[in-house]
Structure formats: structure tokens, C-alpha cells
Write a protein that binds this ligand. Structure first.
Ligand SMILES: [Zn+2]
Length: 296
């Protein structure tokens, strides 16, 4: 399953000790429903654990249940009538006239409840990409005022969120990996946080070793290009005047290069057992190139 799906499964496993937090988490789940109307409220999710959690909470807090409808990989939870009225009353949701949703300060007053509310909002409206591929976290809603209010709420908690419109949804999102980690940890998804950090480290290590390998390849390429040039020069000298016409160290350097075309300067020095120093060898190889270009 996806990282997001697994994170939600982990969050559904959390046992809530305080009544205040149960209400706050339920509030987060309700507020980010896909359809909040005066006659009915509808929530869709692909995760059966989320379905069960929502009904568990609404039963324990308000003694009410949602009707559940299941189609291919998608569950729709629906509530209407008296149960809906009761839900809206407790959550300060006003659906008369223009629906103007915002995050209620009254239900998110305590620190413990803030975490529970965020968890609830993520369970219904949230998504986080697989950290192996990218860093993207979002909570979406079809309600503009709610997106704005959620953005301000999260900004106050130091989450660097922005908003964007996608199709008919308002997206509150962030792409900073440390902030996503902080969110996951804060709402209690400890295992997901660790696997997030783990993929991040893995990715950084891979990037690092790619960089090192690229540098190595680049150096090897440079050495070979230089050597091809030198071998060409030495062949020209050999054809036109013969290597024996060169002074002895120069002739030695020429033969050393001809016999070891794939070796670096340092390796040639080693092969020569110190007969020539690195700089001495380099000077002579350059001189051979000069001679060849004059002969040409
Ligand atoms: Zn609480």
C-alpha cells in the first residue's frame, strides 16, 4: 500500500485517553468531509480502518453512527436527520445560509486536542507522498474559508503551509521534509516518521555516492583523453624521426606512455619505479606533444 495509506492505518491504531481529544479528532474528521450540507454530510475514504475509527469516535462521543456504503475500494459514510443536527450542534457547524467553515478555537484549545484535531483532519483530507520519491504533504477541502482558516491554524503551529486550488478543491500543502516529519510525529505516526527519515537518509546517501562516482568517472575520462593525445603525438615522432633520436629520458617517457595508455600519471610514476618524478614525467610528456605538433 502507499505511504499515506500506511500512515493512516498507524494513526487509526492510536488509543485516545481523554474525552476532549476524542471530540477534537472527530471534529477534524468531520470538518474535512467532502460534502457538508444542511441535509446530509458525506465522507469518502478508501481505508476501512478510517471508517471504523470514525464510527467508533462518533459513537463514544455522541452515541451516533454513520451509514456506510461500500463500492469498489471506496467507502462512503453518510449521516442526516437528527443525528446530523446533533453533530453540527456539538461542533459549532452552521449550515444555515452560506456555509462558512473555519477551525473552531473552542474545540482545539488544549495542546493535546490540537494534535488530535490535526490527526483527524489528516485522516479524512490528508495525503503525504512516498518520501522515496518526493516530499509533499497536503490536506484538502472543497471549502475555501476552511482552507484559509486551516492554513492560518497550521502557520501558527509553525508548519510552513501554502494554499493552492486544484480542480474544485482547496489544498493546504507543504513540501519541507523536516516539517512533514514534524507533523507525522506530532499526530502520533511514530513508525511512519522513522520510515520517512530512513528513506530521506537513504536518498541523501545515494545522491552522495552518485556525486562521488561522477567525479571519479570525470577524472578517468580526463586521464584517458590526455593519454590518447599523448600516444598520438608519440606515434607521430616515431614515424617522422624515430624515438631513438630523442634524448634518453624523453624516449623513456614516450615508451612508458605507449606501453601503458590507460594509466594515470601517478600510476606511470609507480611503474617507472621512481626513475621520473610526477612533475618530471608530466614535463616530458608535454614536451613530446610539443615536438609532435612542430613535426606536423
Ligand atoms: Zn485533549
Amino acid at each position: 500500500m502507499s505511504f499515506s495509506f500506511d500512515t493512516k492505518c498507524e494513526l487509526c491504531d492510536i488509543k485516545l485517553k481523554n474525552d476532549c481529544c476524542r471530540l477534537a479528532q472527530l471534529y477534524g474528521m468531520i470538518l474535512f468531509a467532502q460534502n457538508i450540507g444542511s441535509d446530509a454530510l458525506k465522507i469518502t475514504t478508501e481505508n476501512v480502518l478510517v471508517v471504523n475509527k470514525l464510527n467508533e469516535l462518533s459513537d463514544s462521543v455522541l452515541g451516533i453512527y454513520f451509514n456506510v456504503d461500500e463500492t469498489v475500494n471506496l467507502y462512503t459514510l453518510e449521516i442526516d436527520g437528527e443525528r446530523l443536527k446533533k453533530l453540527y450542534d456539538v461542533m459549532y457547524i452552521d449550515v444555515n445560509g452560506k456555509i462558512d467553515l473555519t477551525v473552531s478555537g473552542a474545540l482545539t484549545e488544549n495542546d493535546c486536542c490540537v494534535d488530535a484535531f490535526l490527526r483527524g483532519a489528516f485522516l479524512i483530507g490528508g495525503y503525504t507522498s512516498n518520501p522515496e520519491n518526493s516530499y509533499h504533504f497536503e490536506i484538502s477541502t472543497p471549502y475555501y474559508t476552511l482552507a484559509k482558516s486551516m492554513r492560518d491554524f497550521m502557520l501558527r503551529l509553525d508548519f510552513p503551509v501554502k494554499t493552492v486550488v486544484r480542480k474544485s478543491n482547496y489544498i493546504v500543502y507543504m513540501k519541507d521534509s523536516e516539517s512533514i516529519e514534524k507533523f507525522l510525529y506530532r499526530v502520533g505516526a511514530k513508525a511512519s516518521t522513522f520510515s520517512f527519515i530512513d528513506s530521506k537518509i537513504q536518498k541523501e546517501m545515494n545522491n552522495y555516492s552518485n556525486r562521488v562516482n561522477n567525479t571519479k568517472l570525470h577524472n578517468i575520462e580526463k586521464t584517458l583523453n590526455k593519454s590518447v593525445e599523448q600516444v598520438k603525438a608519440i606515434n607521430i615522432i616515431s614515424d617522422k624521426i624515430g624515438l631513438d633520436s630523442l634524448e634518453s629520458d624523453l624516449a623513456y617517457a614516450a615508451r612508458l606512455r605507449l606501453e601503458n595508455p590507460d594509466k594515470s600519471l601517478n600510476e606511470l610514476v609507480q611503474i617507472s619505479h621512481g626513475r621520473l618524478s610526477r612533475s618530471g614525467l608530466n614535463r616530458r610528456l608535454n614536451k613530446l606533444t610539443d615536438i609532435a605538433s612542430k613535426l606536423n
